[in-house]
Design a protein around this ligand. Structure first.
Ligand SMILES: CC(C)(COP(=O)(O)OP(=O)(O)OC[C@H]1O[C@@H](n2cnc3c(N)ncnc32)[C@H](O)[C@@H]1OP(=O)(O)O)[C@@H](O)C(=O)NCCC(=O)NCCS
Length: 169
């Protein structure tokens, strides 16, 4: 039992099942009706507790937002993967369980992760969001992100547009 009600901290090995569960709930609620059902199931099923245990063991950067000892959401991040973009860091994923959305936790997690990237020398960063994910687009705009690139991604037979937001730290 911790005395801190809300905390953002690096994920521990023991968090793997809770992060997998947060990932499952958040992705189903965010992408139902956007990503075709069978593709969404595949994306979720390959990210079970073992996948997260392995990622945490290998030292991938994963932070969790813990509310009253429950993992409310997670973010994973590191170096920017797209060579065509000149930004140094990237938040690969930032997701909250549906019941913890709209309470300021997303901003809190984002701010902590951004600080962590800056502290490790990555002074600018990018985040990709599907264009149809309107709440995420509104969130990144509210946080001051600038649209710097557009692209698309294939999900089974469906092609979805995506947009990159960037921040200079
Ligand atoms: C997107 C997400 C991370 C935002 O976190 P959140 O806790 O719900 O957002 P916050 O309460 O911290 O809001 C921060 C700001 O964004 C704005 N915002 C958040 N969601 C919004 C929405 N749907 N529409 C308009 N503005 C929104 C808030 O008004 C707030 O602005 P303010 O601080 O100027 O008042 C969260 O809702 C989530 O996990 N969604 C599902 C998963 C997802 O889509 N992740 C992103 C994948 S790219």
């Amino acid at each position: 039992m911790s005395t801190t009600l809300i905390d953002v901290r690096p994920a521990k090995f023991a968090d793997a099942a809770a992060v997998a569960s947060a990932h499952d709930d958040a992705w189903r609620s965010a992408y139902q009706g956007i990503i075709p059902g069978a593709e969404l199931d595949k994306l979720i099923n390959r990210r079970g507790p073992l996948w997260w245990q392995s990622a945490i063991r290998k030292g991938s950067r994963v932070s969790v937002l813990v509310f009253s000892d429950k993992v409310a959401g997670y973010a994973n991040y590191g170096r920017n993967r797209a060579r065509s973009l000149r930004f140094e860091g990237e938040i690969y994923e930032l997701y909250l369980r549906p019941e913890f959305q709209g309470l300021g936790f997303g901003r809190r997690l984002f701010t902590a992760v951004r600080r962590d990237l800056v502290q490790s020398g990555l002074k600018s960063m990018v985040i990709w969001a599907l264009s149809d994910n309107e709440p995420a687009i509104a969130f990144y705009r509210a946080l001051g992100g600038r649209v710097v690139a557009r692209s698309s991604e294939q999900f089974g037979a469906k092609t979805l547009d995506k947009v990159a937001f960037a921040w200079n730290c």
